[in-house]
Design a protein around this ligand. Structure first.
Ligand SMILES: NC(=O)c1ccc[n+]([C@@H]2O[C@H](COP(=O)([O-])OP(=O)(O)OC[C@H]3O[C@@H](n4cnc5c(N)ncnc54)[C@H](OP(=O)(O)O)[C@@H]3O)[C@@H](O)[C@H]2O)c1
Length: 252
């Protein structure tokens, strides 16, 4: 652990006492976007705690937990709160599946919904009293531009990401009085393990035609946006979905 004190601009929110080491919890920080977010937030002098099944983190503290296990997730958050104040949550962990809807089973559908949507509700609910007690907080959910397009054979994933947009709006309204803002960062195609297209020449040439920026996004680009939202801390910005897709979903 470093002894750096957090350097954030002064905001209308209640300050955390110096030396309190405000923590930001990131689900799915072991790889992909979550790992990039952990590194970016650490670079900005926040203390990060990553939750994933492996418990791996590129920096900060890692806790091994399956976020679909409600009791284990609640206990991990209580453990983090016992170490120091929590000022933020990044609901990042996600699961992507494809297949014809005519063959989609309820267990397969629910497996995606449990990681991508239900665990977001549970993590947010469990962290809420701690943010409230600290008089401030930011929750950032990882949605997707698939929340508003009809991506064939991706029904469960699209439904889960549409649920994220809805939860973001509801929580923003419900918790605004507690000085907690809730945002949905919704990426397009980002170079991680989640989408197996990065070594497929045909898929890459399709992507180049579809995305006005002619490329996939980097995890570091998503991380920079999330880092900026935490550093700048703009409480009046809440409930919104911010798309980060190189213009993909807008392209006719
Ligand atoms: N990549 C994209 O193109 C893209 C586009 C739009 C939105 N997103 C969203 O961005 C988020 C991150 O995606 P990514 O591309 O970085 O995915 P990724 O590389 O596949 O990483 C997924 C992360 O989620 C964790 N995770 C999965 N199931 C879990 C569980 N049951 N309990 C705890 N942790 C779990 C994994 O850790 P462990 O394996 O260690 O558990 C891993 O850290 C997701 O919500 C995804 O839907 C991604």
């Amino acid at each position: 652990m470093s002894d750096r004190s957090p350097k954030r601009p002064s905001t209308p929110r209640e300050p955390i006492e110096p030396g309190d080491r405000p923590q930001i919890v990131i689900t799915g920080a072991s790889r992909g976007i979550g790992a990039a977010v952990a590194e970016e937030l650490a670079r900005r002098d926040f203390e990060v705690v990553g939750l994933s099944r492996t418990g791996d983190v590129p920096t900060g503290r890692g806790i091994a937990v399956d976020i679909t296990d409600e009791a284990a997730l609640a206990s991990a958050i209580a453990d983090i709160a016992s170490v120091g104040p929590i000022i933020g949550l990044v609901n990042n962990a996600g699961l992507h599946t494809t297949g014809p809807t005519a063959e989609l089973t309820v267990p397969a559908y629910e497996a995606v919904m449990r990681v991508n949507a239900t665990a977001v509700m549970v993590a947010s609910r469990e962290i809420y009293p701690h943010l409230k007690a600290n008089g401030r907080g930011i929750i950032i959910n990882l949605g997707s531009f698939f929340d508003k397009i009809g991506a064939a054979q991706q029904l469960a994933y699209c439904a889960s990401k549409a649920a994220i947009g809805a939860m973001t709006r509801v929580l923003a309204v419900e918790w605004a009085r507690d000085n907690i803002s809730v945002l949905n960062v919704a990426p397009g195609y980002i170079k991680t393990d989640l989408t197996p297209m990065w070594s497929d020449e045909e898929a890459l040439s399709w992507l180049k035609k579809r995305v006005p920026m002619r490329r996939g996004g980097e995890p570091a680009e998503v991380a920079r946006l999330i880092g900026a939202l935490f550093s700048e801390d703009i409480p009046f910005l809440t409930g919104e979905t911010i798309y980060l897709d190189g213009g993909h979903a807008l392209n006719h």
